[in-house]
Design a protein around this ligand. Sequence first.
Ligand code: HEC
Ligand code: HEC
Length: 440
Amino acid sequence: MSAASEATNQEAIRHKAVVTLGHALFNDETLSNPTGQSCASCHAQAAGWTFPNSRVNEQSGLVPGANTDRLSRRRPPSLGYLALAPATAPVYSEAIGTYAGGYFYDGRAASLDDQVAGPLLGSDEMNNTREGVVRAVAEGPHAALFERAFGISCDRLTVDEAFDKIKTAIVAFECSPTFAPFSSKFDAYLRGTAALTPIELAGLQLFTGSRTGRPGGAAVKSAGCATCHTLDEVNEQHLFSSSSFHNIGVPGNPAASYHRQTNAVANPSRLNIARDTFIDFGLGDVLYRRLSLPPGNVGSGSDGRGDFLRINGKFKTPTLRNVDARPTPDFVKSYGHNGYFKSLEQLVHFYNTRNLTTARGEVINFTERDPYARLQGQPIWPPPEIADPTTLENPTGIRGLLGNLGLTSTDEANLVAFLRTLSDQRPASQQSTEDIQQDE
Ligand code: HEC
Ligand code: HEC
């Protein structure tokens, strides 16, 4: 072996050790305070890297932290294929007329490296400190893996140095093929090794508006999904997200347990003083704070200009890969940033009918001062959490666009069937060893 390939080989071995450590730490329940919660507790592979408790998903959609009376305001999104997403803070793009980039539903982390400190230290997630995490690794079951990965024992490093390496290992695992196996039926279809059923193919055509299902095919009836849940035109490594921010008008979720997080003693840092009137501004929670303004630039401390960046209610477009992945057929997943939706059928029906009422042909126009004032029928959906027409997609409800897609019930079912082809197939070996890989 030449010196150069020897070096590459060494590098590959070292990288593999780092990923192995990251895998162990991702499942390590000693990293939380109190112990008992790991990344996998909220991002389980069998549930498409989301929350593995069907009952909680169904009842609330939001999940408790290590400290079980502290709740996050949002649902755990999938962590699949995040390495394909652009690592940048949200930036405004003229071309798409909105911001794109960043991690979390609101883009507040500019890189996975920034992101990972969030759950480890967040009071409503794993609730630990940097010292606490480093001590848990130095004294825990993976100290030897740490030394093998980085060539130095964890307890010989400063807290900052060790914490950085712990983040590096978890991120290396998040960027490993485990999270991006491209093993779904849809990927097999693209490689020519599997066929989609006519129903799935019809769903793909609706999703893309393209007869071939690939970008640039002849135009067919479209549900417009691929404008935001984009396909990659260059090498077919599809993320199904442009990482762009939009307000699709998800209703508030009154069942979200966060609304009851009103105990100042139990929750000193993330008290929900607004109770049921709590509004999640999404991107508007982050970008206004960065200008030293309150979330959404509303209420006390605002500069009176309101939502001048036009960002309130915008959330990052999630990937749709593994959106249907679930451990058993009757397992309930929640969808949307606040877990409002409980099935893909419901969510697709929402996209199709957000602006409609039970009166045939009636369309809710969110640019009116009171859009609900003179309606003949009952609105099909509760009002958007943020109904401001300056951020809401298709506020007037133009037919053929989000909120009034004009799809038949067969079209809706076809779209759902297509979304189901995006679940990665896991090798049987991997399924049986799930979540017990701590000891490898
Ligand atoms: C208590 C549940 C919980 C735990 C434990 C948890 N997360 Fe999360 N995770 C969430 C929630 C909720 C969000 C969305 C928060 C938001 O957008 O504001 C999230 C978001 C993320 C994202 C952003 C994904 C995206 O599309 O931008 C990543 C990456 C992530 N978590 C990784 C991790 C890692 C790594 C760990 C372990 C160190 C972890 N999470 C532990 C609940 C959890
Ligand atoms: C204007 C951009 C846009 C369009 C068009 C769009 N989406 Fe979305 N989609 C989003 C955003 C943003 C979210 C997250 C919204 C939130 O949580 O508030 C989302 C969420 C979803 C989710 C939930 C995923 C999860 O993990 O919670 C599914 C499923 C979905 N979209 C499917 C579709 C389908 C099917 C279509 C076409 C009918 C479509 N989307 C059209 C932007 C878009």
